[in-house]
Design a protein around this ligand. Structure first.
Ligand code: FNR
Length: 411
C-alpha cells in the first residue's frame, strides 16, 4: 500500500483499530489481523467535540417518489452525514441488489375481484397498526435533523404506526417514548458488558417498548468506503441517548456500549430472560437461522441485510424472504426490510411472506427535508401507494396478499 492511501485509511477509526492490532502482533504474518471494531467501540477522545448540525426544516413534503427525496436531502445535509445515511458497505453490491431484485419481482394482479376499499390494518405482536409499514431502526437521526429521534417519533405517532428505536440513537429512549405514545419496539446492539446490557434492557422495558429487536448481522462493521473517503467520524456531540447514565464522560459512556462480537444464541435467550418481552431477531437471511430461532423460542424473525450496510455480497433481502417464510410456516411473524421504496415493494414483501415491512433511508430523508412533518409525509406516501396497489391488484386486505399475486421472476 502506498503512503498516501495508507495515511488516508489510517484516518478512520475502524481501520486504525485494525491496523494497530495488526502492528502489535508478532510475528505479523503469523496472526490473523484483528478485525475492525463495531460502531459502538470506535469512539475516540475528541469525538464529543466534532461539530455537526443537521437540517432545521419543518414542513410537509409533496412526494412524487422516494428516490427524489434522496436527491433533495443530498443538497441540504453535510456531506459526511448524507453519505453515512445513503451508503452501503464494501462494493455496495447488496445495496444495489436490494432495489434491483425488488423491481424484478413482478406483481400479478387479479382483476375483477370486486374490491372497493382495501383494508390496510394489521396486528403484529399485539399491536394494532393502521397499515403494515413501520420504521426500521437507524442510529443517529441527529445526522439528518436537529430534532433527532424525537422528531421521527413525533411524525410516526401522527400516523399511528410503529417505530423501532436504535440502541445508538441520539435522543434517549425515554424522550422518544414520550414523543410517541403509540406502539414502539427497541432495537438492541447487545453491550458486551452484562451490567450495561441489563441497564439498557431494563430502561427499554420501563419506558414502554413492547418488543426487543437484537440485530445479529453487525457483530463487527464491514467498512463503508464512502465514510472512509470522507474521513467521517461519529459526531458524538449529537449525543448518545442510551449510554449508561452512571458515566458522565461522553466518550467513556459511549465506549461502554461496545457490543458483543461473539454474539450467540445464549445472548438472545439472555435478552428474553432479562425482560420477558417478545424478541425478534433482525438480520435473518437464511432458513437455517429462522428454524433455529423458532426452536429457541424467538418470537419473530426480521428478514434484513441491513439495507446493504452489513456483509456485502449477501443476496437481496427479498430473495431470502420466501425461503425464510417457508421455514417459518406462519409460526411467528416476519418483519422485512431493505430496499423498500414504493407501495409495490411493500406489496411484494407481504406477498412473499412478510407480516409487516420496515423502511429505512426514505424516513431519514423525510426527517432531513421536513422534520416530523417530513417523516409523516413519507409514511403517508407509502401508505397511499400501497392502498392503490392493493386496489389495482384486487386484494381486499393484508392477509389476502399471497404468493398468488407474484408472477414468475424475470431472470
Ligand atoms: C441503519 N440500520 C440499522 N440497523 C440496526 O439494526 N441498528 C442501527 O442502529 C441501524 N442504523 C442504521 C443507520 C442508517 C443511517 C441506515 C440507513 C440504516 C439498518 C436499518 O435498520 C434497515 O435494515 C435498513 O435501513 C433497511 O434498508 P433501506 O430501507 O434503508 O433500504
Amino acid at each position: 500500500m502506498d503512503d498516501i492511501k495508507r495515511r488516508d485509511l489510517l484516518l478512520t477509526g475502524t481501520v486504525v483499530a485494525a491496523a494497530a492490532a495488526a502492528a502489535a502482533s508478532t510475528p505479523a504474518l503469523a496472526q490473523t489481523p484483528a478485525p475492525a471494531g463495531n460502531a459502538r467501540s470506535n469512539i475516540q477522545p475528541g469525538d464529543e467535540l466534532i461539530p455537526y448540525e443537521g437540517s432545521k426544516e419543518v414542513k410537509s413534503l409533496r412526494i412524487i417518489n422516494t428516490a427524489e427525496l434522496e436527491v433533495e436531502a443530498e443538497k441540504i445535509l453535510p456531506r459526511g452525514g448524507f453519505d453515512y445515511i445513503q451508503s452501503g458497505s464494501g462494493a455496495e453490491y447488496t445495496k444495489r441488489e436490494n432495489i434491483r431484485a425488488l423491481e424484478a419481482t413482478p406483481i400479478e394482479p387479479h382483476f375483477l375481484s370486486g374490491v372497493l376499499k382495501p383494508d390496510l390494518t394489521v396486528n403484529i405482536l399485539g399491536s394494532n397498526l393502521p397499515f403494515p409499514i413501520i420504521v426500521a431502526p437507524m442510529g443517529s437521526h441527529g445526522r439528518a435533523h436537529v430534532s433527532k429521534e424525537v422528531g421521527t417519533a413525533t411524525g410516526v405517532a401522527a400516523t399511528g404506526t410503529l417505530m423501532i428505536l436504535s440502541t445508538v440513537s441520539n435522543s434517549s429512549l425515554e424522550d422518544v417514548a414520550r414523543a410517541n405514545p403509540g406502539p414502539k419496539w427497541m432495537q438492541i446492539y447487545l453491550p458486551a458488558d452484562r451490567g450495561v446490557a441489563r441497564e439498557l434492557l431494563q430502561r427499554a422495558k420501563a419506558a414502554g417498548y413492547t418488543a426487543l429487536i437484537p440485530t445479529i448481522d453487525t457483530t463487527i462493521q464491514y467498512p463503508r468506503e464512502t465514510n472512509i473517503r470522507n474521513n467521517f467520524r461519529t459526531p458524538l456531540s449529537l449525543g448518545r441517548g442510551n449510554a449508561p447514565r452512571s458515566e458522565s464522560d461522553p466518550v467513556r459512556a459511549a465506549r461502554m456500549m461496545a457490543s458483543k462480537t461473539d454474539l450467540n444464541w445464549d445472548d438472545i435467550a439472555f435478552i428474553k430472560q432479562e425482560t420477558n418481552l417478545p424478541v425478534v431477531i433482525k438480520g435473518v437471511m437464511s432458513p437455517v437461522t429462522a428454524t433455529r430461532a423458532i426452536e429457541r423460542g424467538v418470537d419473530g424473525v426480521y428478514v434484513s441485510n441491513h439495507g446493504g450496510r452489513a456483509l456485502d455480497g449477501v443476496s437481496a433481502s427479498i430473495t431470502a424472504l420466501p425461503r425464510v417464510a417457508d421455514a417459518v410456516r406462519g409460526r411467528v411473524p416476519i418483519v422485512f426490510d431493505s430496499g423498500v421504496r414504493r407501495g409495490q415493494d411493500v406489496f411484494r414483501a407481504l406477498a412473499l411472506g412478510a407480516d409487516v415491512v420496515a423502511v429505512g433511508r426514505p424516513v431519514m430523508y423525510g426527517l432531513a427535508l421536513g422534520g416530523h412533518l417530513g417523516v409523516q409525509s413519507v409514511l403517508e406516501y407509502l401508505r397511499n401507494d400501497l392502498y392503490i396497489v392493493m386496489q389495482l391488484a384486487g386484494t381486499p386486505d393484508i392477509k389476502s396478499i399471497t404468493r398468488d399475486y407474484i408472477a414468475p421472476r424475470i431472470a
